[in-house]
Design a protein around this ligand. Structure first.
Ligand SMILES: [Zn+2]
Length: 111
């Protein structure tokens, strides 16, 4: 079961307009109602839910922010640092691979 909320103002506030969706466990928060039918986007966000479960939610956020910070310290701009994040790379892979089962802690192979 997916818990989807459409909250454009909240999403814009949290991401400063950077993202069209975000996962705040256990909810997928979207900027537009029509995005509920964007299967690739929903698959992407569902992968983040699995990742959050694996790291007991708080561990996901700590890992995510730390990895992002490391990439920023290495000189990557916001967009490039975001694109390099292991959690994002795994989610992008599976959004284009419906039916393929991810491995437990699958994001580690993108480090
Ligand atoms: Zn993502």
């Amino acid at each position: 079961m997916k818990l989807i909320i459409v909250a454009p103002r909240f999403l814009k506030f949290i991401t400063r307009g950077f993202a069209k969706a975000i996962v705040l466990f256990p909810f997928i928060i979207l900027s537009k109602g029509a995005d509920k039918y964007d299967t690739a986007l929903i698959r992407h966000e569902q992968i983040h839910i699995y990742q959050q479960l694996e790291l007991l939610v708080i561990g996901f956020y700590l890992w995510y922010v730390t990895e992002y910070g490391v990439y920023r310290l290495q000189g990557y701009n916001h967009r490039d640092a975001y694109m390099r994040l292991s959690h994002e790379q795994e989610a992008r892979y599976y959004e284009c691979s419906p039916g393929e089962h991810r491995k437990f802690f699958g994001f580690l192979r993108y480090l």
